[in-house]
Structure formats: C-alpha cells, structure tokens
Design a protein around this ligand. Structure first.
Ligand code: CP
Length: 309
C-alpha cells in the first residue's frame, strides 16, 4: 500500500511505490478503455483544485480523474479566491480543511508551496506543479507511456532536450526514471542547464546527436519564455535551428524510439511540426495516460486515508 498522505514529488518515492502507482494506472486505463467512467472509488469524497498558474491539460485531467472516480470536485482559480485579497496559503489551507475537503490539488508558481500546504492541511495534497521544482504526476504519466511501449523502464535511454533549467517536468522525470533504472541524457544551451543536475544523475551531452544516439525516448521540453528573466538564447528561430529536434535528427535514435513532450508545445521551436505529428509521437497518448495516473494516485492516497482513519 502507498503509505502517504500527499504526493508532492518523485524525489523520495521508492521503486516499489512508483511501480504500485504505475500498475494501478494501467488498471485505470483498462477500466477507462472499457468505457467505464462512472467509478465509485472516491464516492463521497471531495477534491478541490487550486491553480495559481495557467494550465490546460493538468487541471482538466485532475478534474476528470476525480469525477470519473465519483468525487465531488470544486475548482478555485487564484484570481477569484481570497488569495487575491491577501489571504496566506496557510490560511487558505486551513479554510479548505474546515470545509472537510479530502484532497487539495494545487499548482503554484513558487517551488515548495505544496509542501507548506501539506504541513498544515489534514487533506491529502497533490502537487500539480510547483515553480521550477517538481511536477510528479506529469513524470508518472510519462513513465507509464514509456513502460507501456517498451514493457519496462530499466535500461531505457531517455533523451530530454529543451528548457531544462526552468523545467519541473525534467526534474520529476530524472528522479523517477533514475529510481526505476533508466538512463537520462540531457541537452540544452548552457544557459538552460541548471547547475548540479549532473550530480543528480543526469548525463549531460555536448550535441543533439550525442543525446539522441541510440535513444529509446526523445522528449522535448517547452521553452518557458514566461519564466525567463532575461533571454537565455538569441532568438526562437535560432533556438529551433541549433537546439531543436527535427526529422533528420531522429535518425540517431533507435528505430523503435518514441517522441514525447509534456505540452504545451511551441510548435516549430523545441520540436518541428513534422516531429510532433510523426507516427512515433506519443504526445496524445501521454494526455490519456495523465487521466489514468491521476485516478491511480487519488485512489491510492484515498485508500491510505481510509486505512489510518
Ligand atoms: N504538461 C502540463 O503541465 O501542461 P499544462 O500546463 O497545460 O497543465
């Protein structure tokens, strides 16, 4: 049993815990594929979704996941909450706890915000992305998509290219994939590589060809213009030409390699349109995996809540 109140990051999840979540997510996918969206695992439970940053897929995916499991779901957009009147995160958490919420699903621009919320809230807290820190359910859905394709994660070569410095997706993938025995290679302009990422187990590459050589997975990451205080490369066109992934570069990867991207994609920047729409692209499958993974995490956290009651 996943003995956790919250899911905050993958940095401290064991291989057994990751496997339990991925196995449960595979079951959820089967249930969804059989057309069953009226499940009862979370019947009588309440999940509140608190997003202090923009989102398309993560917010809708969490909402659908909780609803498919039978939970009541409340959405709070930061602009319409009392945070806009100066309420602190801790006071917001205590207020939502007093309303007997079972789960708080939060995206926040500050790294560590969900950890603080989890300290003060009785509700289970799920990190839907905190600043440049982690995005655990994104990495879990990426890992599920890879495991379904290759039947395993151990021994895979995963090449991650793009804005690694500002990416919570890169960090969660690095933590989860390393724990499961995969090798993570990274390539980006020097200015988009965070210092010390190699000490966490990433293999840094000097060229795109080196990163893609023999790769099982080619993962592009979005160039996060909104997080850049100053430009970290001259122009988007030059980024695309010198650092992006195009069809020709794919020939360095294994013949059965897959293409992934967490979205949203800057089409023609980190990946060319041809690569995004390639037959090897799993980008849409990733989105489907996202619902299954979030259902699995909610179910497992709920089982633990019931167990310790
Ligand atoms: N991958 C991801 O987090 O996408 P959104 O920002 O649309 O949620």
């Amino acid at each position: 049993m996943l003995k956790r109140k919250d899911l905050l990051g993958l940095i401290d999840l064991t291989a057994e815990e990751l496997t339990e979540i991925l196995d449960e997510a595979s079951q959820m996918k089967k249930r969804l594929k059989s057309g069953n969206k009226n499940l009862t695992d979370l019947k009588g439970k309440t999940a509140t979704i608190l997003f202090y940053e923009n989102s398309t897929r993560t917010r809708t995916s969490f909402e659908l996941a909780a609803k498919y499991l039978g939970a009541t779901v409340i959405n709070i957009a930061a602009g319409s909450s009392s945070v806009a009147k100066g309420e602190t995160l801790v006071d917001t958490g205590k207020t939502l706890d007093a309303q007997l919420n079972d789960f708080l699903i939060m995206r926040h621009p500050m790294g560590g915000a969900p950890y603080l919320l989890a300290k003060v809230a009785k509700a289970g807290v799920l990190n839907a992305g905190d600043g440049m820190n982690e995005h655990p359910t994104q990495a879990l859905l990426d890992m599920l998509t890879m495991r379904e394709t290759f039947g395993k994660l151990s021994g895979l070569k995963v090449a991650i290219l793009g804005d690694i410095k500002h990416s919570r997706v890169a960090k969660s993938n690095l933590f989860g994939l390393k724990t499961m025995g995969a090798d993570v290679y990274m390539y980006a302009p020097e200015t988009l590589i965070p210092k010390g990422i190699d000490k966490l187990g990433a293999k840094l590459c000097s060229t795109r060809e080196e990163a893609l050589d023999g790769a099982d997975v080619v993962m592009g990451l979005r160039i996060q213009l909104e997080r850049q205080q100053a430009g970290n490369f001259p122009t988007l066109n030059e980024y695309a030409e010198f650092y992006g992934v195009n069809g020709k570069l794919l020939s360095y990867a294994k013949p059965n390699a897959i293409i992934m991207h967490p979205g949203p994609v800057n089409r023609g920047v980190e990946l060319t349109g041809k690569v995004i729409d390639h037959e090897k692209s799993r980008i849409e499958e990733q989105v489907f995996s996202g619902i299954a993974v979030r259902m699995a995490v909610l179910k497992l956290l709920n089982e633990y809540r019931e167990y310790v009651k």
